[in-house]
Design a binder for this molecule. Structure first.
Ligand code: SF4
Ligand code: SF4
Length: 440
């Protein structure tokens, strides 16, 4: 396993730091067996060794050894990766691919920063909009206005000329609910003798604006199962998008703020209905491994972090009583099954839904192509991965798909629109919710 004392023979300056050393040592875990190739969506799409996990690790090591400059090809292969982590699940050598990719992308951002208007927009989106509830609300409502007014018609020819892929994605845009400046989740509290404990529920960045019904269902289900629920929305993001984009400095800033907010909340557990966010919070100790003042606090938070399905399966839950007449396919979010190794718990929840038939979905653990900003930045690749997922969903005969990650819910809904499939796409927790205001 990783030995952080090992250095490349002629290390570049950035690999001499403790963080650089740890990164380099992680790359040595790969024994080039190639078992990861058949599960890698970008290898399957392209057939290129350099677009596989093994090939990417080789490129990263060549770059660290000073044998390869960060060229356009290197950049392309790093950005083509969905960071789905399917390679980690099958790797016999325990390669921590996500950690490698985050560090390599951070190096790339330093070596080849995105300049001009695209660079400015990316930084503005990641550092200003995403961590702020107010900015998120403004951005969501601006999109809602765009979707409902002639602006959309006027913009179409311009988009067609400058970004045809984005126009294809725009046609699949979800409906945006009314403004979500403040939380609409009241604090749920129970009498002292009648409660399990207190959970902190983070509403997330995308979910707070685009899927508020999932947050409401999560809070109602927790409350029904005798959990006190506290929420906060500053910062409004866990930092996963930043880490994947190579902005580790800002990701660490958000991690520290969330650790402080959790400690202040007095909660027993930090619960997530977003697989990507839960997975990232569980990785805070790695993100802060070289920060002596915060590492222990990050570890304590990670130990208290649970996906909603994990928490309910661990502590028990009241099943739904009203029947749901549907054929349900469960699609496993990458960051739940590969990132957190949580697979049985959501299926356990779904198996209790009366009236529903659970149908098998082939390729359920394959990526759907959402992958955070990937669906916007690499639309054509994202849609190619999605098309293969939608084909499998069609073959399953499902009338409903359940999946525990906001990005996947939106992506599969977009896929249903693109493929003309009449299916509902919901979060598993919505199938346990039958409280006042429950929406299925
Ligand atoms: S499965 Fe693991 S050890 Fe084998 S090539 Fe892939 S990353 Fe390397
Ligand atoms: S994270 Fe996913 S896309 Fe990236 S190399 Fe691994 S399997 Fe391939």
């Amino acid at each position: 396993m990783s030995d952080p004392t090992i250095l490349p023979q002629e290390p570049r300056a950035e690999f001499a730091s403790p963080e650089g050393r740890a990164h380099y040592a992680r790359s040595l875990d790969c024994v080039h067996c190639g078992l990861c190739l058949p599960v890698c969506p970008t290898y399957k799409l392209s057939g290129r060794e350099t677009a596989s996990p093994r090939g990417r690790i080789y490129l990263m090591r060549a770059q660290a050894d000073g044998r390869l400059d960060p060229t356009e090809t290197f950049e392309e292969e790093l950005k083509f990766c969905l960071v789905c982590r399917a390679c980690e699940t099958v790797c016999p050598s325990g390669v921590q691919f996500e950690a490698l990719m985050e560090h390599a992308r951070a190096d790339l951002v330093r070596a080849r920063p995105l300049r001009g208007i695209r660079g400015w927009m990316r930084t503005f989106l990641l550092r200003t909009v995403v961590p702020s509830r107010a900015w998120l609300c403004i951005a969501a409502q601006a999109l809602a206005i765009y979707a409902k007014t002639p602006l959309r018609r006027w913009a179409a020819p311009i988009l067609k000329r400058v970004a045809p892929d984005l126009l294809e994605r725009e046609a699949l845009m979800p409906q945006i609910p009314p403004r979500r400046l403040r939380t609409d989740l009241p604090p749920f509290t129970h009498a002292q003798g009648n409660r399990h404990g207190r959970v902190a529920l983070h509403e997330g960045c995308v979910a707070s604006q685009l899927l508020p019904e999932v947050n409401r269902a999560t809070a109602r289900v927790l409350s029904k199962n005798r959990w006190d629920v506290v929420t906060w929305n500053s910062p409004s993001c866990c930092g996963a998008l930043h880490a994947h984009a190579g902005d580790l400095e800002f990701a660490r800033e958000l991690a520290r703020k969330n650790i402080e907010a959790f400690e202040r909340s007095g909660a027993d557990w930090f619960v997530w209905n977003s697989a990507g966010c839960g997975s990232h919070v569980k990785a805070y100790p790695r993100l802060l491994e070289h920060d002596a003042a915060w590492h222990a606090r990050a570890k304590a938070l990670a130990a208290k972090t649970r996906d909603i399905s994990e928490l309910l399966a661990e502590h028990g839950f009241s099943p739904r009583r009203l029947p749901v007449e549907a054929k349900i396919a469960y699609d496993e979010p990458c960051h739940l099954v590969h990132g957190q190794r949580v697979s049985a718990q959501p299926k356990q929840l779904l198996s209790t839904v009366p009236g529903a038939e659970l149908v098998p979905l082939s390729g359920a653990t394959d990526c759907c192509g959402a992958a955070g900003l990937y669906s916007l930045e690499r639309t054509a690749d994202s849609l190619a991965v999605l098309d293969s997922k939608m084909e499998k969903i069609r073959e399953s005969g499902a009338t409903m798909v359940a999946t525990g990650n906001p990005g996947c819910i939106l992506q599969i809904r977009a896929g249903a629109k693109r493929h003309g499939l009449a299916i509902k796409v919901v979060h598993p927790v919505q199938l346990l919710d039958e409280g006042e205001g429950s929406e299925l």
